[in-house]
Design a protein. Sequence first.
Lengths: 134, 91
Amino acid sequence: MTDFIIAILSTIGAVAIFIAAIGIIRMPDFYLRLSVTVKAATLGSGLLLFSLAIFFPQVSVTTKALAIGFFLLLTAPVAAHMIGRTAYFIGTALWKGTVRDDLEGMYDKENHRLRSGGGQDAKAEQDGKKNTNQ
Amino acid sequence: MSLSLYIDYVILPILAISLLLVFIRLFKGPTVVDRVIALDLLITIGVSIIAAYSIRTQQSTFMDVAMILALIAFLSTIAFSFYLEKKERND
């Protein structure tokens, strides 16, 4: 019974990782590659580590496997957000089929801060700031 | 079909093929950030291979390596993004 559960979980995990690998090859754009990779690969390795935790009866090994899975689950979105932000700053090109870019003009190029709010208001605010600076 | 045979003939080949596909992107990648996420994915697949191998051989020794690999993946991605952004800011 335990073998059966482990077989099912590890199969789902391996297939998710395979989907991530196909996605990083086939997707046309860095941002699409990032969004495919991080989610699917985190799910896959999380499931494989969970099946490892089921397989071993010792508490120490189970705790270690769950800790690695929790660490991956915690750090993967942070790393993905950092690298995506950097890619936007260094001007990685968007795919030509991209419909809209919500971040366009919202990042301050000097101090790398993100401005929130609607595009029109932000532009008006920026113009106002420029006028006061002059 | 026993569990070790199943892992030998199904799980580990799937993971190995995924490693090859990610290596293609690591060599090809048009920009440096593509290579960074390919490296991150390689290390994540490495952690999964260590998990499958530990189930196969019933030894839990390799799990320390998996923990260190997960740590290195996070730190390398953070360091790469930090320095790439810093380089852009100085230019």
